[in-house]
Design a protein around this ligand. Structure first.
Ligand code: PLP
Length: 308
């Protein structure tokens, strides 16, 4: 069997890596319950996570993921994740993900989670909680081939926030990758109800934001465009890598305020993310649009071949 594989992280009460009694990280059995029913990650969605793709055994965009993890922790007033501790846990769990011949799997992922800990404990930044709970889990990726090849049908959904929410209402934590993803999952059910595959959020004042778990990239002529990262959205690691590829390929790149007209008028559009990579948008609210299959496979070949 190829995974999933799990390691638990050990923390001192102040969230720093445990040093003596508990190792910095240790293997755990994914088939055995691991979490207290009082864990604030489970009871309140109070925690953060990242999902790092693995291409042929290589952790892709690992450092940007760790940087975003630290940014999310700071936004939630969680202890600063010790990058060396998390990196070691991620590398360890990823190394287990091999096929029956001992070769790294073609596509996998490592999910890392840090919660505020167990309610009622002691020593945390939040009165009444323990040190954080943390783990890293490696598993084989689902087959994203059909979405990458055939494209996805997307609906536009009002997020109910203005585009400047990150500045006006930072307490809403827009732009942190928190465990509170019930909405991000619920929009898939809404998409399915409308005979679509995915959703793209639009601000209440009409600006394109992000997908449920992805960023938007548009192509207009020789320019790639993506919504500005100060719009209460996640700064995407995949989008950033696509921009690196684009620069080497002679495309100009922009972070912009984009509207629905920019989307419908674009030559090509993708939802991009660590797991699925670039999924071309083939319909918007039921209206079919062209996909650029050649450019999509070029982008995805680049993303798959990343070595860090
Ligand atoms: N936006 C949201 C809300 C996400 O959850 C994600 C990733 O899961 C992304 C964007 C894309 O980020 P990345 O490319 O780093 O996976």
């Amino acid at each position: 069997m190829t995974g999933p594989f799990l390691v638990r992280l050990g923390f001192a009460d102040d969230g720093t890596p445990a040093s003596h009694a508990v190792p910095s990280h240790y293997p755990a059995d994914v088939a055995v319950p691991q979490l207290s029913v009082l864990d604030l990650g489970a009871t309140r969605g109070d925690g953060i996570f990242e999902t790092i793709s693995l291409g042929n055994g290589h952790l892709q965009a690992l450092e940007p993921h760790l940087a975003r993890f630290a940014h999310s922790a700071a936004m939630l007033d969680l202890p600063t994740p010790n990058a060396a501790q998390w990196r070691a846990a991620i590398v360890e769990v990823a190394a287990h993900l091999v096929d029956s011949l001992g070769k790294p799997v073609d596509e996998g992922f490592v999910k890392i989670v840090m919660t505020r800990g167990v309610e009622g404990g002691s020593g945390s930044l939040l009165p009444g909680a323990t040190a954080p709970t943390g783990w890293a889990l490696a598993a084989v990726a689902p087959d994203h081939g059909p979405a990458r090849r055939n494209g996805i049908r997307v609906i536009l959904l009002d997020r109910g926030y203005r585009h400047d929410i990150a500045q006006t209402s930072p307490w809403l934590l827009a732009g942190a990758k928190t465990l509170s993803y019930a909405i991000n999952r619920g929009v898939y059910r809404e998409a399915a109800r409308r005979d679509a595959d995915d959703a793209l959020f639009v601000s209440s004042d009409g600006y394109l934001l992000e997908g449920a778990v992805s960023n938007l990239v548009l192509k207009r002529g020789q320019t790639l465009l993506t919504p500005r990262t100060d719009l209460g959205i996640l700064a995407g690691t995949t989008q950033a890598d696509i921009y690196t590829w684009a620069a080497g390929r002679g495309f100009a790149t922009e972070y912009s305020l984009l509207t629905v007209d920019d989307l419908t008028g674009a030559d090509a559009a993708w939802l991009v993310s660590s797991g699925r990579h670039a999924a071309p948008i083939r319909a918007i609210d039921g209206v079919e649009r062209a996909i650029d299959a050649e450019l999509t496979s070029e982008i995805n070949a680049y993303l798959h071949a990343r070595r860090e």
